[in-house]
Each structure stands twice: as structure tokens, then as C-alpha cells.
Design a protein around this ligand. Structure first.
Ligand code: FES
Ligand code: MG
Length: 591
């Protein structure tokens, strides 16, 4: 391959520094011991990192250990040298108390590696929920040429002739167990059926969302997000990704050139069209902040709310990851948006050096039941509302997962079809919820709203995915499968509950949720975008004074040093849950 530009790569400061031959020799000698020659290290070729997120601790991304071999071959064939290194693992389902704790830790670690080692470009191996934002945040801060590579979703899960989607099936299986329809063995079989191969969750959970958005942002090769992990195309795109990052290093094509404000606006629209997870605003707002771009939950509502849902994947729809791939994945979704002038910025640059329009225009899906036509979508107005009131300054509601049953019960029976009122039942975290949800003294009926607090970035360090709370078993047996759920925690993207979540400021930061009491009446007005406790301002002030006097909202003690460190400096969900002191660092590769 011939390269038009021959920049002086930053790795030359380590391996090719004539001003300091002594240091150069020291830097070089230890890398020689795995068989690289001095000639290679001093050839002027770019050194390309492969940021490896796969390991035995992170099974969703583990297949990257295999794919990295193809990435290396691509890097080598294009004239680069590959250095593979580990990223702090983040396994969504295995990490206690919550995987979110580690997004910022992996970010910090990766920033240090990309800054402190002789790397001229990096392949970010993304997949399981938080691995994607952690990698993109680090790439944003360091700003060396970077390209992302999804590990790909698992194959479709099947059980008794029906698709079973990872994560989503757990909510259904729990309900079946609670209703006595299956026993524990049946529960295990049903859940395990949803995870038939290597790869990440095959539903439109946070993983498929964030991998799709990494492509929509322009940080992956076109089509790279949706290829299932075991497919041969996954190996091929790994090779192409390796080749392309070498060219990007020569072109000095950096994350800040690709992830512009316009690219984020495109991603917000794509997120609505795919029915993306409510974790997306947290992560995208966070990535944007590390690029110096202000992105707010108001932007999400303004740009994203009216966009229809096109992708028919569980939990909002019927299909799974393999179907999404065969239907054309992100390029088919973007093409349909382009055909209807719905992508706000068709000319944003992507990792392959072309615009998103050049990459996607004209793609037509072969499976119009999986990726629906814009004129006949799954649902109109599939984006998020950003609710505000005396309960919080900002909380997200994904309207596309509200079931018909819920709509009929709450939204059309009142005088105002967009408002619902109920009696608040307040839980102090997930443990309290599990202890008390079936307590008959709470008298939970179909007119109640379930609240959980103490579950935000500070309260439950990292923020717990617990807002989607099941009604008491007695109500489920009567056919009431969902109550409105509101909280300062998050919700799994694989859950279909009509929740109001990511409330900021959280109770632990003395947001309005801290003042709520069981028995209060609460009114949610979707048209006005408001969420209020129906008590007077005077009473709110009084409650706040009392709580402050008693020492403020109580949170559990930190269990580890990192929990304490992160709590002391973490931003609220609407501000991307980033580490505040990290935000001012930009372009650190050249510092
Ligand atoms: Fe890793 Fe869903 S648990 S992708
Ligand atoms: Mg999740």
C-alpha cells in the first residue's frame, strides 16, 4: 500500500528519537523480547494499538480475542505494526454491584495507556454495554486516530419455536415464575436459551444500541455494528478495520474530526429509529463532554422525540440481532432516514473517509418487517421525553415501550389523555424494593406509582439498573403487569417497562426525589413534560430543611476505594456521569 502523507508519528518519540539515543535504546530493547526487530520498530510505520476488552471475565466481548488476530493481519497488510493490550473488563451481567461503576475506570485506564505508550492509532474493541462508551470517551480525550470494532451480537436465541432475546427474556421469565407458570428449572432453561453463542445481547438493549450508535457517529466501518459475532463477515470486517486504521493514522483522521456536534445529532435520530436504550443519552452526553461538545437531554427530546421507530427488535418489537443484520443493520436504517430527509446531517465524515450519506444512501432492506418503512413505522414519536418538575430537573422516558395495556389504563381513561396521577410508593434502593414489594400493608393497587431512589451515580455508586420494578405478584396475577416506575437509577435497555428514569439530580444529591414520601400524590404530564409531587412549595421547603437538619439523604458506605473516589467527583446522569475533573483534558496525545 502506498501512503500519500508520511507524518512523523508520535511513536517516533519512543523508537526513533535521534536527540536521545539512550532513551530510544531503552524504549526499544524490551519490545524486542517478543520477537519484533529493531528494523521494524524504526521503520517509521505506525504502531497501532488493539485495545482488547475481551477476557474470561467479560464473555460478551471474549470473541475479540479471536477477532484481534484478523485485526492484526489487516494492520500488518496495510503497513502498520500491531500492539494488543488489555482494557479493564466491564461485564454488564457479572459485575457486582453494577457494571456502570467501571465505565469511568476503564476510561481512565485507557486514557493513560493511549497517552503513555507509543501508539499512533487504536482499534477499540467494543461490545458489551459500557465497553463502547468507555472506549469512545477515552478516544475523545486522547484524540489519536481511532476506529471502533463491534464484537457483534449473539445468534438469535430460540425456545420452543420462539425467539428468545437476551435480557428481555429475563423480565418475561421472572413474571412467569412469579405467576407460577414455570418452575426454577424452566426459568433457567428459558433464560439460557437466549444466549446461544459468543457475542453481546441480541436484543435492542444497551449493547446493540451503543454499537449501532458508534457506527452512526461514524466511528465504525459501515455495516460493522450488526454482523453477528460468529458470522464469517465478522472476521472479514475485523480485517478491514485493521487495514483502515493504518490509513487513518497516515491521514491523521482523529475522533474530533468524526464525532462532531452534527454526528451526535445524527446519532440521536438513529437512536429513536432503532428504539435505542435509555442508557444512550448518559453515554453520548458523556462522550460529547469529553470532546467539548455540549449535548443535553433537551437536545434528545428536541431532535429525537418525533422520530418514528423503524427497527422491529425486542424489547419493543419481535426480532433479534441476526434479523437486524439480514435486514441491513445501521446502513439500511440510515438510508431510510435519508430517503425521508430525516437525517439532520448527511455530510458528516465517517471512519472510512466518506460521508454517512455516501456510505448508506440507496441501501434498501430485504426484510421490511424487521426494518420498517418510514411511512409505516412500528410507532410514531419513538424518542425520549425529558421530564422536569419538583421531583427532578431532568428524567428520561422512552415512550416506545409503553404497552397498549398501560396506555389504555393510564393515558386514555383520564380527562387528559397525556397525563396520569397516582399514589407514590417509595423504595430506598433495590434491596428495599425486593423486601417490601409484596407487603400487603403498602396496599399497592393499579393506581400506584413505584419509586426507587438512592440508585443514582452517587447513591448506588455508578447507578443501578433497577427502575423497572415489577408490580406485586398479587397484581400480576390479576393481569396488571406494569405500574409506572420512576427513579434516579437506570433501566436495562432490554426491559420494556414504561419508566421514568435517570432522574437528575438524584436523591443522594438532594434532588426532589429525596423529599418524596409514600402516600404523596404525583402527577406526570407527558404533553407538558412535567413530573410533580402534588404538594405546596412551602411543604417542599419544609421537608428539605428537615432532611438537611437530619444530615441529608443517607447512602450506603463505599465498599472499595474506587467507589469512594468516583462518588466524590462523578457528574449526574444528564451530564453524562463523567468524572468532572477529566472533562477539561483534550488532545492529550500531543501533551
Ligand atoms: Fe453484555 Fe448484554 S450483558 S451485552
Ligand atoms: Mg444493560
Amino acid at each position: 500500500m502506498t501512503h500519500t502523507k508520511t507524518p512523523n508519528f508520535r511513536s517516533a518519540a519512543w523508537f526513533n528519537n535521534p536527540d536521545n539515543p539512550g532513551m530510544t535504546a531503552l524504549y526499544i530493547e524490551r519490545y524486542l523480547n517478543f520477537g519484533i526487530t529493531r528494523e521494524e520498530l524504526q521503520s517509521g510505520k505506525p504502531i497501532i494499538g488493539i485495545a482488547q476488552t475481551g477476557s474470561d471475565l467479560s464473555p460478551c466481548n471474549r470473541h475479540h480475542l479471536e477477532l484481534a488476530k484478523r485485526v492484526r493481519e489487516g494492520i500488518r497488510d496495510a503497513g502498520g505494526i500491531a500492539f494488543e493490550f488489555p482494557v479493564h473488563p466491564i461485564q454488564e451481567t457479572g459485575r457486582r454491584p453494577t457494571a456502570t461503576l467501571d465505565r469511568n475506570l476503564a476510561y481512565l485506564g485507557l486514557v493513560e495507556l493511549l497517552h503513555g505508550y507509543p501508539l499512533d492509532g487504536v482499534v477499540l474493541t467494543i461490545g458489551c454495554d459500557k465497553t463502547t462508551p468507555a472506549c469512545l470517551m477515552a478516544a475523545a480525550t486522547v484524540n489519536i486516530p481511532a476506529i471502533a470494532l463491534s464484537v457483534g451480537p449473539m445468534l438469535n436465541g430460540w425456545h420452543k419455536g420462539e425467539r428468545t432475546g437476551s435480557g428481555t427474556i429475563v423480565w418475561k421469565a421472572r413474571q412467569m415464575l412469579a405467576a407460577g407458570d414455570i418452575d426454577y428449572e424452566g426459568f433457567m432453561d428459558l433464560v439460557a436459551s437466549s444466549a446461544p453463542s459468543v457475542g453481546y445481547c441480541n436484543t435492542m438493549g444497551t449493547a446493540t444500541t451503543m454499537n449501532s450508535l458508534a457506527e452512526a457517529l461514524g466511528m465504525q466501518l459501515p455495516g460493522a455494528a450488526a454482523i453477528p459475532a460468529p458470522y464469517r463477515e465478522r472476521g472479514a470486517i475485523s480485517y478491514e478495520t485493521g487495514r483502515r486504521i493504518v490509513e487513518m493514522a497516515y491521514e491523521d483522521l482523529k475522533p474530533s474530526d468524526i464525532m462532531t456536534r452534527q454526528a451526535f445529532e445524527n446519532a440521536i435520530v438513529v437512536n429513536s429509529a432503532i428504539g435505542g436504550s435509555t442508557n444512550a443519552p448518559i453515554h453520548l452526553n458523556g462522550i460529547a463532554r469529553h470532546l467539548g461538545i455540549e449535548l443535553t437531554n433537551d437536545d434528545w427530546q428536541k431532535i429525537g422525540h418525533d422520530v418514528p421507530l423503524l427497527v422491529n427488535l425486542q424489547p419493543a418489537g419481535a426480532y433479534l440481532g441476526e434479523d437486524y443484520f439480514h435486514a441491513g443493520g445501521v446502513p439500511a436504517v440510515v438510508a431510510e432516514l435519508l430517503r425521508h430527509q430525516q437525517l439532520p446531517h448527511p455530510d458528516t465524515l465517517t471512519a472510512n473517509g466518506k460521508t454517512i450519506e455516501a456510505n448508506c444512501a440507496g441501501v434498501v432492506t430485504d426484510l421490511p418487517d424487521v426494518i420498517k418503512p418510514f411511512d409505516a413505522p412500528m410507532l410514531e414519536k419513538a424518542g425520549f421525553l425529558n421530564l422536569k418538575g419538583n421531583l427532578f430537573d431532568s428524567a428520561i422516558m422512552k415512550t416506545s415501550v409503553i404497552s397498549d395495556e398501560f396506555r389504555n389504563r393510564y393515558l386514555s381513561n383520564s380527562n387528559d389523555p397525556d397525563a396520569f396521577e397516582g399514589r407514590a410508593i417509595v423504595f430506598e434502593g433495590p434491596e428495599d424494593y425486593h423486601h417490601r414489594i409484596d407487603d400487603p400493608d403498602l396496599k399497592i393497587d393499579e393506581n400506584c406509582m413505584l419509586f426507587v431512589r438512592g440508585t443514582g451515580p452517587i447513591g448506588y455508586p455508578g447507578g443501578a439498573e433497577v427502575v423497572n420494578m415489577q408490580p406485586p405478584a398479587a397484581l400480576i396475577k390479576q393481569g396488571i403487569t406494569a405500574l409506572p416506575c420512576i427513579g434516579d437509577g437506570r433501566q436495562s435497555g432490554t426491559s420494556g417497562s414504561p419508566s421514568i428514569l435517570n432522574a437528575a439530580p438524584e436523591a443522594a444529591a438532594m434532588g426532589g426525589l429525596a423529599l418524596l414520601q409514600t402516600g404523596d400524590r404525583v402527577r406526570i404530564d407527558l404533553r407538558a413534560g412535567s413530573a410533580n409531587i402534588l404538594i405546596s412549595d412551602e411543604e417542599l421547603v419544609q421537608r428539605r430543611a428537615l432532611l438537611e437538619e437530619s444530615g441529608g439523604f443517607e447512602v450506603a458506605e463505599s465498599q472499595t476505594p474506587w467507589q469512594e473516589i468516583q462518588r466524590s467527583m462523578v457528574a449526574q446522569f444528564d451530564k453524562g456521569m463523567v468524572l468532572e475533573p477529566a472533562v477539561k483534558y483534550r488532545d492529550v496525545a500531543h501533551k
